[in-house]
Design a protein around this ligand. Sequence first.
Ligand code: 3EB
Length: 330
Amino acid sequence: MAPPASNFGFSADPGSTGSVCFFPGTTPETAGLTFRWGQERAAVHAQGQSLMIDLPSTHLAGEAVEAWGLPPERQLHRVAGYTLLQGEGWTLGAATLPVTAADLEARTQQAYAAIFGLLQGQSLYRCWNWVPRINEVPAGSIECYRLFSRGRSEAFLAAFAEEAEARMPAASAVGVPGDQLVVVFLAGQWPCRYWENPEQTPAFHYPEQYGPRAPSFSRATSVQTPFGRRLFISGTASIRGSESLFLDDLERQAWITAQNLELVAHTAGFGREIVDPDGLRAFRCYLRSPEGTAAWGRRWPQIWPVRSVTQAEVCRAELLIEIEGVLAGV
Ligand code: 3EB
């Protein structure tokens, strides 16, 4: 079920802008950023000039180790609880924070305040969040995802006030076993634009039924890098307007998700194809339940290879699948 290397391997030519790698210059051996699924516990490791993000999420299919490229010139720093890799014009950061239901909101707020404190004029391009017990509702409280959303929202408001909505990057927030909140971000000084899906309510305008504070993210971020355009598409799911569609039907949720990905890619000027003959786009899929993998494995890889499939609670309890992507410009 592993996708063909021609689609999702990194370009043999390190200077190629046709590579799906985040930035050029990558082989798995020289990767700047590595996501490792199925690890014992959440951890951020710095090794040489690379970051490794270990996640205790069950790996279901595709690459168990995802190697992402970064520009070769980079330095390692530790600032405000984050391990940072920085190069000319860009910053990648990662942190793990122990959280309980009681302090998740405050810890999230602190984690984002720390990011804003170290950006130094750079824009956020992409945030990844792994949230323990994401769909649990602690006694006398609200769902952990909603606590997380409120903490993040408070931090955006504190940092940007009325400009907050114009600063919200592509993001994802999914569950993770254990008690570590994992936050990874990419920021930079290269020009970027945030995009919405014309068929979806902006998440930051979701009505209150989905939580007291709407989620702080946009549907995609396009970035004009010196190596070509990149589009980071947020975790995308079976949502139209603000409503979840096709509850309990993975297959139909997957189609709506794919349509949303196409709409966002097209809107941002990256073409509407999500099937990728040229190695220009890579997708990561989260499935709520491992039972879904069998159905997925039989049919979807033939029409749409994804780079990896990992088990994770998607932030809305009724959603069974979420897919995110990185696209290189054509
Ligand atoms: C949605 O569209 C599905 O809270 O950062 C997707 C991507 C979702 C990011 C986040 C939530 C987040 O609302 C959930």
